[in-house]
Design a protein around this ligand. Sequence first.
Ligand SMILES: [Ca+2]
Ligand SMILES: [Ca+2]
Ligand SMILES: [Ca+2]
Length: 297
Amino acid sequence: MFRSLAYLVLFINLPHAFVAHGQLLPGSPTTTWSPLVVSGPSDPFSDSQSGRNDVEIIGDGDPHHAVYRTFFEGTEANSFLDAELGFRFRMSGTQGNSSDFGGYAWAGMDVSGDGAMDFFVGINGSGNSVDVTINAAGDGLNISPSTTTIETNALWSTPATAQNYRWEPVTPGPSGNDPLAATDDLDGNGRVDHFLTFIVPFVELVTVVETIVPGFGPTSAVGFIAGTATQGNSLNADLNGVDGSINSAQTWQELGAITNPAAIPEPSTFAALFGLLALGLVRFARRRRPFRGIGFR
Ligand SMILES: [Ca+2]
Ligand SMILES: [Ca+2]
Ligand SMILES: [Ca+2]
């Protein structure tokens, strides 16, 4: 019985183990990602200023989170040379007759703990090519939607590829990219919802952040916001966890739009808990009766 239970717990935990020990995959199921939790609503439907489906962030809480993130610590112990940071947005659907993503999506980062945005990691699909970029926040206060801008010249950018970008329809169900979801049209607008996923090399982020936070690394505290745009220098479409309010003078904290400052990896409590539980059960079961045939050794 204990062996069966140990196998069951290991099986449940496998998706997390897969992500923890391999490069991030932009098409991996949402169960291997962590929701970007803010104190506001997940994100209302139809509150994007632009009216475009592809920049309309939608979510109604677990299991249909609006924005996710994930972190791969890399294969080089403690050096993080090949570590990666990824973000995933749930959007309302495609826009018009285009099947492509045609806007901007950004994860804003407060790396100095003052509630002001310092850098943005994002995807630019507005032109003929799609680029993954890291940009600095503008010269303003950057503490609220009305004071936040984004420098249009990227500090770092790379063309989107199948390894760092994906725009694809949500497929609910056990074999889909959203295993726990029951619908592919959460907002009921007749357009299949899409996941927008992008991944940046962590070392590139470290390089730019270290210009203002020396020694920045995976254990450094970061507060995140997320939003979309139809232009490159501001979040003019939809703010994650906020109903409308794209011109609000309320701070990101007052709006409940920023995550509590925390270390970037933030492994899900579920994964950590079940990983430890699985280890304990395996050890307990092995003590009672050694495993045969399968190599948990
Ligand atoms: Ca929305
Ligand atoms: Ca939809
Ligand atoms: Ca919103």
